[in-house]
Ligand binder design. Structure first.
Ligand code: IMP
Length: 198
């Protein structure tokens, strides 16, 4: 059976990706399953696409299997697109999710409801043996709440209220998030690239 390696060290993101990739006739591995010494990839791109491509290409030079990397984050209108590609290290380089959420809420404390629009973005890149096979992008629109709500998910989920809903991603089940999320949309599109490589 062909194999696909998910190139992320974020455990919760990895779990989501594994669920989203179900249905492909492929064995899914994580970087940690490979027990290899792999380089640290500095995410210094200006766009999600640049970072996703950099991660996928870098690991594909060390691992012979098909590589899937995701770069994702939250784009907040009132903050001119921040935290964007810096979403995981918004408060500081080793920030915990709670610290990033606290910083976001602080910056938005005077922003009224109708100006709290935000978009989650995910770009998935597929690479093999040093060659980029393709990238796919998914977006999910919503608003930023006034305080953290809910325990599910990760990152900014306790603050993100998907469009048309009144609860945060962290208050919904993972199966609901996995139907409408930015990552779900990107992975759904990427599946056709993966199928062509099988
Ligand atoms: P990456 O690992 O560099 O792609 O960082 C992604 C960061 O964006 C995460 O650490 C979260 O802060 C944020 N993020 C991306 N996707 C999600 C999501 O689905 N829910 C909540 N936060 C997310």
């Amino acid at each position: 059976m062909r194999k696909l390696v998910i190139a992320t060290k974020n455990e919760k993101k990895k779990k989501e990706l594994i669920k989203l990739l179900k249905g492909l006739n492929i064995k899914i591995l994580n970087l940690s399953d490979l027990k290899m010494h792999l380089p640290h990839v500095v995410e210094d791109g200006r766009t999600f696409r640049q970072n996703a491509v950099k991660k996928a290409l870098t690991f594909s030079r060390y691992i012979k299997e098909l590589i899937l990397a995701d770069d994702s984050g939250l784009v907040v209108e009132a903050l001119d697109g921040k935290p964007g590609v810096r979403s995981s290290r918004f408060a500081h380089t080793k920030a915990k999710d709670e610290e990033n959420n606290a910083k976001l809420l602080k910056l938005m404390k005077d922003v009224p409801l109708k100006k709290r629009g935000a978009t989650f973005v995910s770009v998935v890149a597929i690479a093999k043996e040093g060659n980029l096979i393709g990238t796919r992008r998914g977006e999910c629109k919503g608003t930023i709440g006034f305080e953290p709500e809910g325990k599910n998910g990760f990152g900014y989920d306790p603050l993100f209220i998907p469009k048309g809903k009144s609860r945060t991603f962290a208050q919904f089940s993972s199966s609901f998030k996995n139907r409408i999320s930015h990552r779900a949309k990107a992975v759904k599109k990427a599946k056709s690239i993966i199928k062509k490589c099988l």
